[in-house]
Design a protein around this ligand. Structure first.
Ligand code: 5GP
Ligand code: ZN
Length: 113
């Protein structure tokens, strides 16, 4: 997707503070952190949102969830953390490229909505 912000970040066309990278996944710090640790984990390939996950492309999602605990450990989030993916308008998704927020470093509010 040529006009997608996170595709551009994945391609290195827009700079980001990377915390993890491999062939299929990139993790970088959120530009407007909502917690002491706020990292976004994305597939390098464009998937618009959770709604775009299929049997054909879900291997990268499984891989993301194998990488997340490694990132959390590297960030020292030993007291826990939250993983969030906003899907669509009602969830407040603002960037239409699948991403998982890792939030931690303080006690997080319990509200889910
Ligand atoms: P969403 O609202 O779609 O769940 O999350 C999008 C996230 O991307 C927001 O937390 C926002 O701060 C972050 N974000 C938006 N633009 C940029 C950017 O250019 N660089 C980085 N690192 N984060 C961004
Ligand atoms: Zn994209």
């Amino acid at each position: 997707m040529s006009n997608c912000l996170f595709c551009k970040i994945a391609a290195g066309e827009i700079p980001s503070t990377k915390v993890y990278e491999d062939d299929s996944v990139l993790a970088f710090r959120d530009i407007a952190p909502q917690a002491p640790t706020h990292i976004l984990v994305i597939p390098k390939a464009h998937i618009p949102s959770v709604d775009g996950i299929t049997a054909e492309n879900s291997a990268v999602v499984a891989h993301i969830f194998a990488v997340i605990p490694q990132i959390a450990a590297a960030e020292g989030l030993k007291n826990g953390y939250r993983v969030v993916s906003n899907c669509g308008e009602h969830a407040g998704q603002t960037v239409p490229h699948l991403h998982f927020h890792i939030l931690g470093g303080r006690q997080l509010a319990l509200e889910m909505a």
